[in-house]
Design a protein around this ligand. Structure first.
Ligand code: NAD
Ligand code: UGA
Length: 467
């Protein structure tokens, strides 16, 4: 079966870039990305490519090539479902904020709505692809809805699991050259045929050896497992960073030393102010919830510790600023360089910066932020979401700057929260000259040149290294 028409429900950080790359690589396939968020779709259709709703290096070029040719962004969900032979579900699956499983389980209401909509609209057989990250065994729930809520005229649905492994900031490179593409499906003849149809789409640019097919439950669970392992590495190195600070060891040297062991490997060992992003925490909490549901309490406790370590890392970074600044930051200006959860993205979901700012605002500090890609309203929305204080208080306590030198002017301390490359190139002498003395830098990403900053006169603290 050759796919000619793809629909993707959800034009977010995954749906948008992933479909843009499929469309660019498969000019014979019409790809329509739909969303209920009209503003988002309008932004995807904006002639000015700097207005795309997702900032990813290289995305604008891909969109420029494919959009209007075989890549379309639309709010007409029913029409796109009707036309497509293959429908990707790429909607958000946040942590539940209410009811059973609150604060742990994935909220699958958007997934269920998609399944019901597909069942209602479909007039012929469809392959439905889980692109969102889902709890293991969600495919059976989707299948149940598709088979039982439709118009009952014998339409057949095949469900595939095709989790996405792209990381933000490198999404286009990851999609163009993935370590692997994982496709899980039914082991029946119809299942195999559906798997092959999706394999053929990816085979346009991904070598066959990197396209891995499994049963559907293995595929669903592999996604949660991959994120749990990645986050666990960050929490492990962050745990060691605290011990390094106490003992005189340097966490970067430790990371290099262990990373040269080929069994450990060098990647994902960068100590930080704590991992953020929309997925690590959500997916681990979901894993913990699933384990508990099966009565596997030791498994649940093991993974929950990864989150507890991360919370501790964020809190102790803020604590260290307060205690170093003579136990009070009340009325003191603290400049933040960075708000995004990592460099090269405008995404701020679960960014460590939000929690550090919240702690410092509790200490009555004046927080001044500069981030090259995050807009002011996003920062206030992030703080408001925590519900720690009134919205007006957040606006009073946190000021946003368009110029990093202005953000740092008159500050008692600078905290580096995101590892944007540009921060390394700043005129640090100029920044120093305009700050209160002693001028402190708390480098939560370990990116600045310690030697140079000390020579200028800064009191410099780097995560994972004693002062
Ligand atoms: P997102 O919030 O950026 O995008 C989801 C989009 O789905 C939103 O624009 C929303 O309006 C839309 N939507 C929700 N319900 C809809 C409906 N019924 N009909 C039409 N549109 C609907 O989310 P995201 O970051 O793209 O993540 C999507 C999924 O992919 C999640 O399950 C996430 O865990 C997973 N994932 C994310 C990443 C990442 O880097 N962000 C990477 C891999 C996997
Ligand atoms: C992560 C995974 O890397 C992707 O494979 C996965 O598809 C995605 O989650 C998802 O499911 O959403 P992402 O969150 O976009 O991607 O970015 P990462 O590069 O993994 O970084 C996550 C967080 O960990 C960031 O805050 C980053 O700064 C931090 N990190 C990462 C460290 O502190 N140290 C490291 O060594 C690596």
């Amino acid at each position: 079966m050759k796919i000619k028409n793809i629909c993707c429900i959800g034009a977010g950080y995954v749906g948008g870039p992933t479909m843009a790359v499929i469309a660019q690589k498969c000019p014979d396939i019409k790809v329509t990305v739909v969303d209920i968020n009209e503003a988002r779709i309008a932004a995807w259709n904006d002639k000015d490519l700097s207005k795309l709703p997702v900032y990813e290096p290289g995305l604008d070029t891909v969109v420029a090539e494919a959009r209007g040719r075989n890549l379309f962004f639309s709010t007409e969900v029913d029409k796109a479902i009707d036309e497509a032979e293959m429908i990707f579900i790429s909607v958000n699956t946040p942590t539940k904020t209410y009811g059973k499983g609150k604060g742990m389980a994935a909220d699958l209401k958007y997934i269920e709505l998609c399944a019901r909509q597909i069942a209602r609209v479909a007039k012929d057989d469809k392959i439905v692809v889980e692109k969102s990250t889902l709890p293991v065994r969600t495919a059976s729930a989707i299948k149940n809805i598709l088979d039982n809520t439709g118009n009952g005229n014998g339409i057949k649905f095949q469900i595939l699991s095709n989790p996405e492994f792209l990381a933000e900031g490198t999404a286009i490179a990851d999609l163009m050259n993935p370590d692997r593409v994982l496709i899980g499906g039914d082991t029946t003849a119809e299942g195999e045929e559906a798997i092959q149809a999706l394999v053929d789409v990816y085979a346009s640019w991904v070598p066959q050896a990197q396209i891995l097919t499994t049963n559907i439950w293995s595929s669903e669970l592999s996604k949660l497992t991959a994120n749990a392992f990645l986050a666990q590495r960050v929490s492990s190195i962050n745990a060691m960073s605290e011990l390094c600070e106490k003992t005189g060891a340097d966490v970067n040297e430790v990371a290099k030393a262990i990373g040269m062991d080929s069994r450990i490997g060098p990647k994902f060992l960068k100590a930080s102010v704590g991992f953020g992003g929309s997925c690590f925490q959500k997916d681990i909490l979901n894993l913990v919830y699933i384990a508990k549901t099966y009565g596997l309490n030791e498994v649940a406790d093991y993974w929950e510790q990864v989150i507890m370590m991360n919370d501790h890392q964020k809190r102790r970074f803020a604590d260290n600023i307060v205690s170093t600044l003579y136990n009070t930051v009340s009325g003191k200006k603290i400049a933040f360089l960075g708000w995004a959860f990592k460099k090269d993205t405008n995404d701020t979901r679960e960014s460590a910066a939000i929690y550090v700012a919240d702690d410092l605002l509790n200490e009555q500090s004046a927080v001044h932020v500069y981030d090259p890609k995050v807009v002011e309203e996003r920062m206030y929305a992030d703080l408001d979401y925590l519900n720690t204080r009134a919205s007006e208080e957040n606006r009073k306590g946190l000021k946003v700057h368009q110029d990093p030198y202005e953000a740092c002017k008159g500050a008692h301390a600078i905290a580096v929260l995101t590892e944007w490359d540009a921060f390394k190139t700043y005129d640090w002498q100029k920044i120093y000259n305009n700050m209160q003395k002693p001028a402190f830098v708390f480098d939560g990403r370990g990116i600045l040149d310690k030697q140079k900053l000390k020579e200028i006169g800064f009191v410099y603290y780097k995560i994972g290294e004693g002062a």
